[in-house]
Every structure is written in structure tokens, then in C-alpha cells.
Design a binder for this molecule. Structure first.
Ligand code: PLP
Ligand code: KYN
Length: 405
């Protein structure tokens, strides 16, 4: 498979982008869906922001380096990756906080309705944020298995909150169909794009979506704890009332008024002072994704994961695939169920193949298209085949659970 992999790498239109990332020697990185790799340009850009803009410019840089405009500028660069207009996206806070703000804002727009509908097994923070608002008496959480979501959209549902690409299985929801069904029932829709943005095409405006959020540190390669993003369709801007009414979301923060008045547009989703260092790193990652283009990223992602499956087949590996077999129906990952998934994952990591484990029994491998090569994929499949055949995962050291998996 190695020869075939090398031929595919040679023919890959994205082959030169791998060199734009700093990847450690001897590592095959299949966890860009949890923490994206480091773009080579990031360190230089950070040095410039730290030494030049912060060290030299000091407070002046809010104006001279346009720090104050960074949430909008960076958000605007995310927009084309998710089918939004630049003035509909802002980079700020964490995905969790953005969920809170937008769920609460959506509930305010839906008098007489309190139900926030989602699926059990959605990413925990999404479910916890609904529960937090429920504890405040503002929401009522309703969880329905994914195949029954459309049928559960009744007149009580204020908001449908779904993760577009499921973090564990990689299964993709039909955004257009579910958004339409929600609207027909009078509900609004909030999409969590954490595992979509920078990996597969998303057309928020084409689908008529209302709101969206997503992480900056996965396929956007913004670095650990990078700022997240929030999207609100332009038609909702005027009515949008989010509860974290900090001064940076004020219409005139530097008027220092005692009374809150929301800024126009998505600017009102801001809360406190933007994290400039984090935004600067995120901007580098986004520029790289935008340069490659989402269609090319998605095509490579599908090709990589399909190639991995072919390699496993040819190596005679039989694993229980929990991701959809059709690459069009999944994000940029393959997840396999195995009772010893944790130990297998650790054994792979010991061989330099970094994937991750999701409780209780999922081995999850992400194929970040910007920097994973076909050779990586062939070698990872070979390692996995060997780990399974030799039973080396049974070693005691591979059973010890780390705090972060
Ligand atoms: C679907 C989804 N939503 C949200 C998050 C995380 O949000 P936060 O960055 O606030 O921890 C993740 C990953 O951690 C995720 O996979
Ligand atoms: N933020 C993290 C911090 C530490 C370890 C993992 C994460 C993840 O992002 C996990 C990811 N959301 C997942 O889909 O599992």
C-alpha cells in the first residue's frame, strides 16, 4: 500500500500544504479533530504581535494594529468556510460560552416556547448549556434520538440545537432538511460546527440556518483554547438579545455609559476584551484553510478516510465501523468500536500514531486534510493491523487512564 500511497501523495493537489505545518518527526497525527496542528507561520506571527504590537505598540495597538477589530476581522475570514457573509460571523469566547449566549438569545425570540430540542449523546457541553439555562428556569431540555428529531418538532420547540458532525461517530446531519423542518414547526436552529468548520463544506445561508457556533482549535488550527466563533443570520441581528451584556458588545464601549445598549449586528455577541494573542494565532490557521479552500479540503478528507478503509481491508483487519460507510455522510473522521479501544489507542500512540479514544469503546481517527498524507494513512493502517495482530495493546502500561483522553 505504501507505493500506492506515495503515488497518491505525488498526485495530491494539496501535497505542498503539509510543509506549511510544524509536525514532529516520527508522528502520524490523526487527532486534528481535537487539536489541530501548528501552522509554521503561527510562531512568527505571534512573535510579531507579542514583541511589536504588544511590546512596542502597547495600548496604542488597539488602534494602530486594529486589535479592537480583530473579532470581526477573524470572524469574517471564517465566514466563507461555513457559507456565511463576513458580517454574520464573529470570533470570540469559547464554543461553550457562545452556545450559552445564542441559546438564550434564541429563547428570547420565541415567546411562549421553552423547549430546546437536541439528541442524547450530543457533545456534552451543548447538553450542559441547555441544562444550565433550564436550571435558571429559561429553557426546557428535550432529548430525542437523531432519527426521531424531525418528528419531535412540535409547537413547544423554541430551538433545535444539533452538532452538524457528531464528535464520536462523525455522522452528519442533513442541515438543509432539518433547518427546513424546524422552521416549518416555528422553531429556530443552532448548529454546532465544531467538527465541520475547515473539514467539510457548510452552507449556513443556503440552508437558511439561524445560528451557529464552532471551535477554532480543531480543523481551523487556531491552537489550544483558540477563540471560538458565533454566527447569527443577518435577519436576526436586530432582535438578537444575548444575556452576557458585557461592555465590548455595547454600541459605544468607550462612551462608558451606565446603561447597556447593544452594538449593531454580530458585534453584540461580544462580551469582554478580546484575547488578542489567541485571535492572532487563529487568524493564521484560518487564512491557511481559506487559501486551500473548503472544497479541496473536503475532497482530500474523503479520499484519506476511504484510503484508510481500503488499507485496513487489504491488511485483513475487521473492525466495527461506527461512522457512516458513505464518505458523504460523515465528517473527516473514522470511528471504530472495540471493547479495548482505550488500550489500542495507547498502543498506537506508543508507535507514534496519535488518534484518540472516546468513552466507553470508541477509537477515533481524524484525517485533517490540510496536513495528513496518504503515506501517513497507509502507515497508520499498518500500525493498527500490527497492534491488533500482535495483541500488544494487552500490555499493562496501555490500560492506565490519563486525565485527558
Ligand atoms: C461539538 C463540540 N462542541 C463544543 C466543543 C467544546 O467547546 P469548548 O471549546 O467550549 O470546550 C467540542 C470539543 O471540545 C465539540 O466537539
Ligand atoms: N477541547 C479539548 C481539550 C482537551 C482535550 C480535548 C478537547 C476537545 O476539543 C475534544 C473534542 N471536542 C472532541 O470532539 O472530543
Amino acid at each position: 500500500m505504501l507505493a500506492e500511497a506515495r503515488a497518491r501523495d505525488a498526485a495530491d493537489p494539496l501535497r505542498d500544504y503539509r510543509a506549511r505545518f510544524d509536525l514532529p518527526q516520527g508522528v502520524i497525527y490523526l487527532d486534528g479533530n481535537s487539536l489541530g496542528a501548528l501552522p509554521k507561520a503561527t510562531a512568527g506571527r505571534m512573535a510579531q504581535v507579542i514583541r511589536g504590537e504588544w511590546g512596542e505598540g502597547l495600548i496604542r495597538s488597539w488602534n494602530s494594529a486594529d486589535w479592537i477589530g480583530m473579532p470581526q476581522r477573524v470572524g469574517g475570514k471564517i465566514a466563507p468556510l461555513i457559507g456565511a457573509a463576513p458580517d454574520e460571523v464573529i470570533a470570540c469566547d469559547s464554543t461553550s460560552v457562545n452556545l450559552f449566549k445564542l441559546i438564550a438569545a434564541a429563547l428570547r425570540m420565541q415567546p411562549g416556547r421553552k423547549v430546546v430540542l437536541s439528541e442524547p449523546g450530543n457533545f456534552p457541553t451543548d447538553l450542559y448549556m441547555i441544562a444550565g439555562l433550564e436550571a435558571q428556569g429559561l429553557a426546557e431540555r428535550r432529548l430525542v434520538p437523531r432519527e426521531r428529531i424531525a418528528g419531535a418538532l412540535d409547537g413547544d420547540v423554541a430551538l433545535l440545537l444539533l452538532t452538524h458532525v457528531h464528535y464520536k461517530t462523525g455522522a452528519v446531519f442533513d442541515m438543509a432538511a432539518l433547518t427546513r423542518a424546524a422552521h416549518e414547526a416555528g422553531a429556530l436552529v443552532l448548529w454546532d460546527l465544531s467538527h465541520s468548520a475547515g473539514a467539510i463544506p457548510v452552507d449556513l445561508n443556503g440552508c437558511g440556518a439561524d445560528f451557529a457556533v464552532g471551535c477554532g482549535y480543531k480543523y481551523l488550527n487556531g491552537g489550544p483554547g483558540a477563540p471560538a466563533f458565533a454566527y447569527a443570520a443577518r435577519r436576526h441581528h436586530e432582535a438578537l438579545e444575548q444575556p452576557l451584556t458585557g461592555w465590548m458588545g455595547h454600541a459605544a464601549p468607550f462612551a462608558f455609559s451606565d446603561d447597556y445598549a447593544p452594538a449593531a449586528g454580530v458585534d453584540r455577541l461580544l462580551t469582554g476584551t478580546p484575547p488578542i494573542l489567541g485571535l492572532a494565532a487563529l487568524e493564521v490557521g484560518i487564512e491557511l484553510a481559506a487559501e486551500i479552500g473548503i472544497e479541496r479540503l473536503a475532497a482530500k478528507s474523503r479520499a484519506l478516510s476511504e484510503f484508510f478503509r481500503t488499507c485496513l481491508d487489504r491488511a485483513g483487519v475487521e473492525l466495527d465501523l461506527v461512522s457512516p460507510a458513505d464518505p458523504e455522510q460523515r465528517g473527516s473522521q473514522l470511528s471504530f468500536r472495540h471493547p479495548e479501544a482505550y488500550a489500542i489507542c495507547q498502543a498506537l500512540i506508543a508507535r507514534g500514531v496519535i488518534g484518540d479514544f472516546r468513552d466507553p469503546d470508541i477509537l477515533r481517527l481524524g484525517f485533517a486534510p490540510a496536513y495528513v498524507s496518504f503515506e501517513d494513512v497507509a502507515q497508520a493502517a499498518q500500525h493498527l493491523a500490527e497492534v491488533l495482530k500482535t495483541g500488544e495493546w494487552q500490555r499493562e502500561e496501555f490500560r492506565e487512564r490519563a486525565a485527558v483522553t
